[in-house]
Design a protein around this ligand. Structure first.
Ligand SMILES: [Zn+2]
Ligand SMILES: [Zn+2]
Length: 448
């Protein structure tokens, strides 16, 4: 059911005998309106036995309410953390779509409402990791394993008799600041579905996460000394919380001076949930509450909503979105920020080549930056640096894992064409007996 070969509206249909299971129900991050939805066409109404969700990022849950409208009796199974994060993300998505309807005249928006979101929760069922459960009215059994990508994220193992399929979802095989490394099964998997997000990215030999953190600390110290401010564009879910704890760590280690840290609206809601599950999830720093225990965080004052965030010197701003998409906090903030040579911007995640973030990242000092259609361009004078603090495993780590598993068949998903080519070339040499499949839209694949 996936619509295009890239990081898009992730959604996959498994059929076994008379049973139908849907894995993830994403929304395409770049497309708009109905085009952003997976094509649910091949799945007749009220025919799915179960919907399984790996994690709460938009490209994995964004279309879930639309799918549930068509599959109104079907249970949705996921971890409790994923469920609660999904609810916050989807409610925010209603607000974003409502705004886009007004500003961009996308008449089909919003694709679902707050009321609908409250109703569909009746079919959400929470399951713990590493505990197998039966999918209702089927002979299928599923088990979720920690994927180390964001809080609550999982890879999902499906068993039918003696046959097994494992879907990694988005995975990280090394620890981040909050998330621990993925804990995936490494044997007994017949069919492996892997994400291929970073297939085009070769990590430099000398890379270490510690090195990246120290480089970030140096940029913060320089910015402080120059009496400037630092903007870190971040995704509200996952990256914001990782960055908050990393900044706290750097401050504790004496690597950065005392500087207040601001985060934005949705990020605060998500951070409340991270804190809510601080002691009840598999993570580093168990019990650490970001909103209470981070000594540099400035609490957002209540009262006036949608207050414009104005830059002050010697201050850190971790604002969403990570790609600085139009109409988001980081984009709007940048307009009065980029032309000041005392300021700095630190990119810590992926930016799509069409995004304003990418423009800034690849621009030269003095270049004019057009941040949004309705804003005049501004000259880039701030210092810009990028850091590899990805929440996705490197291509080598994913390939190593797949080679350890040695599945009979492997499906490459969640990656651009060129990314998947890298994996194809590598697996042709290392595991030539494994059949590698790059699923096309609507292409039915015999798994066993
Ligand atoms: Zn993700
Ligand atoms: Zn994803």
């Amino acid at each position: 059911m996936t619509r295009r070969r890239e990081i898009g509206a992730n959604s996959y249909l498994l059929e076994a005998g008379n049973s139908r299971v849907v894995l993830d129900s994403g929304m395409h991050p770049k497309a708009a309106g109905f085009d952003a939805l997976p094509d649910f066409g091949p799945l007749p109404h009220k025919s799915a036995n179960a919907i399984l969700i790996t994690h709460a990022h938009h490209d994995h849950i964004g279309s879930l309410p639309v799918l549930q409208r068509r599959q109104s009796e079907t249970p949705v199974l996921m971890t409790e953390v994923t469920g609660e994060l999904s609810s916050a993300m989807l409610h925010n998505s209603v607000n974003v779509m409502t705004k886009q309807r007004e500003e961009e005249s996308i008449t089909e928006y919003p694709l679902f409402t707050h009321r609908e979101l409250d109703q569909i929760r009746a079919n959400w069922i929470y399951r713990d990791i590493e505990r197998p459960f039966t999918l209702p009215d089927t002979d299928l059994e599923a088990t979720m394993f920690d994927a180390g990508h964001i809080l609550g994220s999982t890879g999902i193992l499906i068993r039918e008799g003696s046959n097994t399929l494992f879907y990694t979802g988005d995975v990280n095989f090394e620890p981040q600041t909050i998330c621990r490394a993925a804990d995936f099964p490494a044997s007994g998997i017949d069919v492996l579905m892997i994400e291929t997000t970073r297939g085009e990215h070769a990590r430099p030999e000398e890379y270490s996460r510690k090195g990246e953190k120290e480089r970030l600390a140096a940029l913060i110290r320089d910015t402080h000394e120059a009496n400037g401010a630092l903007l870190i564009p971040v995704f509200a879910l996952g990256k914001t919380q990782e960055v908050m704890l990393m900044l706290h760590e750097l401050h504790q280690e004496g690597l950065i001076p005392e500087m207040p840290l601001y985060i934005g609206g949705l990020s605060t809601k998500i951070t409340v949930l991270y804190d809510h599950y601080a002691s009840r999830s598999r993570r580093n720093y168990p019990g650490f509450r970001l909103l209470e225990d981070t000594d540099i965080l400035v609490p957002r004052k209540g009262g006036r909503k949608r207050q414009e965030i104005v830059s002050s010197p010697r201050t850190l701003y971790a604002l969403s979105s990570g790609m600085m998409t139009e109409h988001t906090a980081s984009n709007q903030f940048a307009w009065k920020f980029l032309d000041n040579p005392r300021n700095s911007v630190a990119f810590v995640g992926y930016t799509d080549p069409e995004s304003p973030g990418y423009k800034i990242r690849t621009a030269k000092n003095g270049d004019m930056i057009k941040l949004a259609r309705d804003l005049p361009a501004v000259p880039l004078r701030a210092r810009v640096e990028s850091f590899d603090l990805s929440a996705h495993a490197t291509r080598e780590q994913i390939a190593d894992y797949a080679e350890k598993v040695r599945p009979k068949k492997m499906l490459l998903v969640h990656g651009e064409e060129a990314s998947q080519q890298w994996f194809m070339r590598r697996f042709a040499e290392t595991i030539p007996d494994t059949e590698i499949i790059r699923p096309d839209v609507h292409q039915p694949i015999d798994l066993w």
